[in-house]
Design a protein around this ligand. Structure first.
Ligand SMILES: [Cu+2]
Length: 153
C-alpha cells in the first residue's frame, strides 16, 4: 500500500514536469557532436601515428610546436591501435585542467581513446593551456618508445 502511494506520487511528479516542458518549448537540447570529434581551436598541427604493429611505433614528428591555443590532430596511419596519453606530472601548472577540457572521450586521466580505423583522427585542443612542454606517449606502444614532446608557445 505504501509503495503504491509512493509510485503514484512519483508518476504525478513526472507528469507535471513533462507538461511544464511542453508549455515552455525552450529546452531544446543543443545538437550532439559526432562521437570522437572535438572542436579544434586555433592553428592545427598534424602528427602521424605510425608503426608496424609489433616492433616499431612512433609519433611523426616526435617533437612539435603548437601556437598557444592551437590544436594537435593525431592521425592513425599504421600499426594501430594508437592513442595519446600525457604524463600528468610532466605538464605545466594548470595544464592538466586545460587538457581535460581539450580532450574528448578520454579513457583514463589525460588519456585519449584508442584509434583503430585507418586515418582515424583525434584532436587535442590546447585552448587555455599554459605555455611549456607537454610530454605524452601512446599507451599500447610505450615500451616501443612511442613518445612525443609538444611545446606550446
Ligand atoms: Cu601507438
Amino acid at each position: 500500500m505504501r509503495f503504491a502511494l509512493l509510485t503514484t506520487v512519483v508518476a504525478i511528479g513526472a507528469l507535471a514536469c513533462g507538461k511544464k516542458g511542453d508549455q515552455n518549448q525552450t529546452q531544446t537540447p543543443p545538437p550532439a557532436a559526432p562521437a570522437g570529434s572535438t572542436a579544434a581551436t586555433g592553428p592545427v598541427v598534424e602528427v602521424k601515428m605510425t608503426g608496424n604493429g609489433s616492433t616499431r611505433a612512433a609519433f611523426e614528428p616526435s617533437t612539435v610546436t603548437v601556437p598557444a591555443g592551437g590544436t594537435v590532430r593525431f592521425i592513425n596511419v599504421a600499426g594501430g591501435p594508437h592513442n595519446i596519453t600525457f604524463w600528468s606530472d610532466s605538464v605545466p601548472a594548470g595544464g592538466a585542467a586545460a587538457l581535460n577540457a581539450g580532450m574528448k572521450n578520454t579513457v583514463d586521466n589525460l588519456s585519449g581513446p584508442f584509434l583503430t580505423q585507418p586515418n582515424e583522427a583525434y584532436e587535442v585542443s590546447f585552448a587555455n593551456a599554459p605555455k611549456g612542454t607537454y610530454k605524452g606517449y601512446c599507451t599500447p606502444h610505450l615500451t616501443l618508445g612511442m613518445k612525443i614532446n609538444i611545446k606550446v608557445e
